[in-house]
Design a protein. Structure first.
Ligand code: ATP
Ligand code: MG
Length: 393
């Protein structure tokens, strides 16, 4: 009986009901996806602003799990302008990786589904792909070629049984089938040189375990940049490295981005990394964007209590403190999110309005947008994040 009182307890009957519901919904969504894939009109769209590389427009990505629907990304809106670095920050589990996996269409399907919104990727010819409906055959030409990803752990990202050269060659060959073997090898060596590997001929023949962590991450960067992508997604690229190597890798990424005219979506926990690299910052909390703006606005004028808490919880060089600030409480249960502000129960700056529904986006400047009732009267109210009711699917 005591177990039943616990909200996370699921009876056998409920579990069967969830499984049946998940099977029905995911089958329907997969069928809709197949139908949308057949007609190019359904996955071709236009950018709201031609200067952006990617536009996330009310994107909702849900996981139909055994314990219920996890709204991992729920009504996310932000853009990546051309030739810029956009930092995405937020605590573990807030949906940063799921946002980037939705863009690459690398979600664990059929459990994970983008059920609402548009992800527009600029083709550069005045039109755009709506990634949500784009068929896999076209995604294969985008992934690794136009959008590429650098993962957190370079040892697991590389295949331990293949030589470094083979792994870079494979990417180049796949996207440039017309290239001769010698040209592919020359391009691989050029990439190794570009990422700062001195002994490129030697490293070409080595296996991943023969390299240090920093060198392996350089190889991952070489693989990601081999086809000169227009967008690089770096998901925690330096978390596994020590501070000095971190700085080198970040410098390298920034230089290569400028050289290739690409944009970077930089996902990280580390506010120091974002401060040093990003032009724009998006702060996520429990699957939603709660504040976004230029790096200067977010670092020097944070407005959302969560962003303010994040800033207070980072150490400042040269300043001695007794203890770092700790944001109280924890994130709500992802399968049963409240219908009011998700941060309210942890917030030390609540106002009367916070008792109401989830706060809308409020524009404080051209670039600075915050979802918090404390600023309701200070800016232009834009609209509420659009969640999808799974019962309606
Ligand atoms: N395959 C899955 N099935 C069910 N839930 C998932 C799955 N993948 C992710 N989630 C859930 O989606 C939410 C967002 O996860 P995500 O990996 O995007 O977090 P994150 O912000 O990248 O965290 P971290 O900083 O730890 O990498 C989490 O609540 C996670 O439990
Ligand atoms: Mg992640």
């Amino acid at each position: 009986m005591s177990e039943k009182k616990n909200s996370s307890y699921i009876s056998g009957k409920e579990s069967r009901k969830i499984t049946k519901f998940n099977r029905r919904i995911t089958k329907k969504l997969e069928k809709e996806r197949m139908d949308a894939n057949k007609d190019p009109a359904l996955y071709t769209t236009r950018m709201a602003d031609e200067n952006n590389i990617v536009e996330f427009d009310n994107v909702c990505t849900y996981f139909f799990s055994d314990v219920g629907v996890v709204k991992a990304v729920d009504g996310v809106n932000f853009v990546v302008p051309r030739h810029t670095t956009v930092g995405i920050v937020g605590e573990s589990g807030c949906g940063k990786s799921v946002t980037s996996l939705s863009l690459m269409q690398l979600l664990q399907r059929p459990t994970g589904q983008t059920v609402g919104g548009e992800i527009r990727f600029n083709k550069g010819d005045g039109t755009a792909f709506n990634i949500v409906n784009t068929p896999n055959s076209i995604m294969e030409t985008i992934r690794g070629n136009k959008i590429s990803m650098i993962f957190q752990e370079p040892m697991t990202a590389l295949n331990p049984v293949f030589r470094i050269g083979q792994q870079i060659n494979e990417v180049i060959e796949l996207h440039n089938p017309e290239m001769s073997e010698e040209d592919v090898k020359a391009r691989t060596l050029e990439m190794l040189e570009m990422v700062g590997i001195a002994n490129k001929e030697g490293v070409y023949r080595m296996y991943p375990h023969e390299l240090s962590g920093g060198m392996r991450q350089r190889i991952c960067i070489a693989i990601a940049l081999a086809c000169s992508p227009t967008l690089i997604i770096a998901d925690e690229p330096t978390t596994a490295l020590d501070v000095t190597i971190q700085a080198q890798i970040l410098d390298l990424l920034q230089n290569l981005k400028d050289k290739l005219n690409s944009s970077i979506m930089l996902i990280t926990h580390d506010l120091g990394v974002v401060a040093g690299m990003a032009d724009y910052v998006v702060v996520m909390y429990a699957g939603r964007v709660i504040e976004k703006g230029t790096a200067d606005e977010i670092f020097h004028h944070p407005c959302h209590p969560y962003t303010i808490g994040l800033m207070r919880s980072k150490p400042v060089v040269g300043q001695k403190v007794e203890a770092l600030y700790n944001i109280p409480g924890s994130v709500p249960n992802p399968v049963a999110m409240p219908d009011y502000c998700y941060f309210r129960d942890r917030c030390e700056m609540q106002c009367d309005r916070c008792k109401g529904e989830y706060p809308p986006e409020i524009r404080l400047s051209d670039t600075h947008i915050v979802s918090c009732y404390r600023h309701y009267d200070e800016g232009q109210v834009l609209g509420y994040p659009k969640s999808v009711n799974v019962e309606d699917l």
